[in-house]
Design a binder for this molecule. Structure first.
Ligand SMILES: [Zn+2]
Length: 375
């Protein structure tokens, strides 16, 4: 990957911050000296990192840890994409945020950009306050050579997978919940016109391994809790794999879905070396998520409420009550379940449809749905 093209102008032109210390500038030689000493990187690898552009989708716990690690390694350009704001409950594990960010409810991408500028002002960070959707994914991800997943939901992961396979761009899945971390490298069939480093031997894609999203209630870190150590493990492995890829050492990439529970010490690896020829996405090249199919239909509903129509997940009210009860009052009958999380009230129906009262902000409603009902 010796000649990364420059990112197209006009997408987001946040300039790299300038050094605040003219009298005592920090040279790249000093900054990266220990990393350059590592034989796997060396001076040539460091140059490749400086010319690389990585997009990180989601700047929660995993995304903040990955962004911090990659920024310190000297990846030249980072695009950070997230729809959320910093909250006090983030501070336990989201390493780029502080109390002032939470008090000011700063957008996570902007808080991350400011924090990174304090420890590495020589790289460019584009902060994109956005929900990644089919309508904006091409524009947001076009300049990136590599996409890192740090989202909390399968809907966005399938969208990334469609895009990455269609555009022949590698991406790395990462997830953390409880004490559990999982990650998988996805290398699509390379294309001569792609921006990505290569050559590499394609792996299975996300849809080869998970043809359908999980059904039933899916735990999230807002319901199951999360250890910061699990987050950092996922981020650390994801970042290391990214470094191999960006320095043209794809033969060293892991070709498995790795999962590791740090509390029970259970560890497993599923072989992902071979694409499934019958896979709808990488085999048949049907990109339904990119076409916007299968997304929950969202409508503004009356005064101060948003309705999310999720038809793929019948809801077990008893199980849902058990998981929501620690977070606020829950009442239900056989027709609906009502969960109060001030200032919002979520009303859930047996077919998975949800009415979120207390907001007309579709992005916030999607966040609350993903957080409490599942992704
Ligand atoms: Zn596939």
């Amino acid at each position: 990957m010796s000649d990364h093209p420059a990112p197209p102008s006009g997408t987001d032109s946040t300039p790299p911050a300038t050094s605040s210390s003219i009298s005592n500038p920090i040279s790249d030689q000093d900054r990266y000296s220990r990393q350059i000493l590592f034989p796997g990187i060396g001076p040539a690898g460091q140059q490749l990192l400086a010319s690389a552009h990585v997009a990180i989708i989601g700047v929660g716990a995993t995304g903040a840890a990955t962004a911090s690690l990659l920024a310190r390694t000297g990846v030249g350009t980072l695009t950070l994409i997230d729809r959320d704001f910093v909250e006090p409950s983030n501070l336990q594990r989201q390493v780029l945020f502080d109390e002032a960010d939470a008090r000011d409810s700063l957008p996570k991408t902007e808080a991350a950009r400011r924090k990174i500028a304090l420890f590495n002002s020589s790289i460019a960070v584009h902060a994109q306050i956005a929900d990644l959707v089919p309508a904006n994914i091409h524009q947001l991800l076009a300049p990136a050579h590599l996409i890192l997943d740090a989202t909390d939901n399968f809907e966005t992961r399938y969208l990334i997978n469609d895009y990455a396979v269609q555009q022949s761009k590698p991406w790395i899945y990462a997830a953390a919940i409880g004490a559990y971390a999982a990650t998988m490298n996805i290398l699509p069939v390379p294309s001569p016109s792609a921006l990505v480093p290569g050559p590499f031997v394609p792996t299975a894609c996300l849809a080869c391994i998970f043809p359908k999203p999980p059904t039933g209630p899916v735990e999230t870190c807002d319901t199951a809790g999360i250890l910061s150590t699990a987050v950092n493990l996922a981020a650390s492995i994801q970042t290391t794999e990214a470094l191999k890829l960006l320095t043209n050492q794809s033969h060293l990439l892991r070709r498995t879905l790795l999962s590791h529970d740090l509390w029970s010490n259970e560890r497993s690896e599923i072989n992902t070396s071979t694409p499934n020829p019958g896979c709808n996405v990488c085999g048949q090249r049907i990109f339904s998520h990119l076409a916007g199919e299968g997304r929950p239909h969202i409508t503004l509903c009356g005064r101060n409420s948003v309705q999310i129509h999720e038809h793929h997940r019948p809801v077990d009210f008893v199980a849902m009550r058990d998981r929501l009860q620690p977070h606020g009052p829950v009442r239900f009958n056989n027709l609906l379940l009502r969960f109060e999380r001030s200032p919002h009230v979520l009303t859930l129906f047996p077919d998975g449809r949800c009415l979120i009262q207390g907001t007309t902000d579709i992005t916030l409603a999607r966040t609350l749905y993903a957080r409490y009902i599942g992704s």
